[in-house]
Ligand binder design. Structure first.
Ligand SMILES: NC(=O)c1ccc[n+]([C@@H]2O[C@H](COP(=O)([O-])OP(=O)(O)OC[C@H]3O[C@@H](n4cnc5c(N)ncnc54)[C@H](OP(=O)(O)O)[C@@H]3O)[C@@H](O)[C@H]2O)c1
Length: 280
């Protein structure tokens, strides 16, 4: 991975930080996407100290404002002649319904539109750097969900879990559609579930959910273990050319039935394009 340039989102904590650390340890140049400058700087310092790899850059973008993603992507394109790996990982769970600066429900916007917009903005650079890989961190939470096109902003009957699960199904549908669009380009797209990992993601869970999270916390994976399949998909020769798949623990697994519906994937792609265009 010595001559590779990798971009990892949500790289200041949890699975994203463990991924950035491992890719840097393997000799890659890593661009860390973080929403908070200080947290990003602290994580960068730690990774440089632990890996002795100085080639770590940061892109600052809060995904709840799509213009910040566009601006960050433009900076990356201006600075980097090549990009070999994009790991879309930044994500959030929101116990309460909130809207982004663009007026979209925050979970869908950050977890899906964020992945979508950054990827679309960097796609030409990835294709021209092929072989290139896109890894989308999804979740088993997608399994019992479906895309509610009539109410993507979840104005009715919001729950944190419903919003999170829908956004993670969107990650899987997006991956499969993206892989089909990338056929013949030398760029691949896969998604994965990291297991249940002890990170900050469920900090905003309240009530009974909070108690459940506390009870299962001692049994959760470390971020390093959760990042294992991400790092493998991002860097291993074993998955060279593999595309359009969903992985758990380095194994190709079926995702839910709706995720294979090509009409739904195409509709989600079109709606996502309209949503990012409306926010430009
Ligand atoms: N932990 C699990 O059990 C689990 C299971 C399945 C899937 N996942 C997925 O794994 C991915 C990483 O989550 P994690 O578990 O490592 O949690 P985490 O420690 O909370 O990391 C999430 C990262 O996303 C960033 N982020 C959140 N909202 C953002 C926004 N509006 N704009 C830009 N960045 C934002 C966070 O930045 P801040 O530090 O500034 O908040 C952080 O860097 C997520 O996509 C999640 O859905 C996690």
């Amino acid at each position: 991975m010595n001559d590779k340039i990798c971009l990892v989102t949500g790289a200041n904590s949890g699975i994203g930080k463990a991924t950035a650390m491992a890719l840097a340890a393997g000799g890659s140049k890593v661009i860390m996407v973080c929403r908070n400058r200080e947290k990003g700087e602290a994580a960068r310092d730690e990774i440089v100290r632990d890996t002795r790899n100085e080639y770590l850059d940061r892109m600052i973008a809060d995904y709840s404002d799509l213009r910040q993603i566009r601006r960050g992507a433009a900076e990356v394109k201006a600075k980097c002649p090549r990009l070999h790996t994009l790991v879309n990982n930044a994500g959030a769970y929101n116990g309460k319904r909130t809207l982004t600066a663009d007026g979209y429900e925050s979970t869908f916007a950050v977890n899906h539109l964020g992945y979508f917009l950054l990827t679309v903005e960097l796609l030409d650079l990835l294709k021209s750097s092929a072989p290139a890989r896109i890894v989308n961190v999804a979740s088993e939470a997608h399994r019992n969900s479906h895309i509610n096109f009539d109410d993507l902003n979840l104005e009715n009957g919001y729950s944190g879990w419903k919003a999170y699960a829908q956004s993670k199904l969107a990650n899987v549908l997006f991956t499969y559609k993206l892989a089909s669009k990338l056929e013949g380009t030398g760029a691949t797209a896969n998604c994965m579930h990291p297991g249940f990992v002890g990170t900050n993601i469920f900090n905003s869970v309240k009530g009974i959910g909070r108690k459940i999270v506390r009870l299962i916390t001692p049994f959760m994976r470390t971020p390093e273990k959760g990042a294992d399949t991400v790092i493998w998909l991002a860097s291993s020769p074993e998955v060279e050319g593999i595309t359009g798949r969903y992985f758990i623990d380095r194994k190709d697994k079926p995702s839910n039935t709706e995720s294979y519906d090509v009409a739904i994937a195409s509709r989600l792609w079109d709606v996502s394009e309209q949503m990012i265009r409306a926010a430009s």
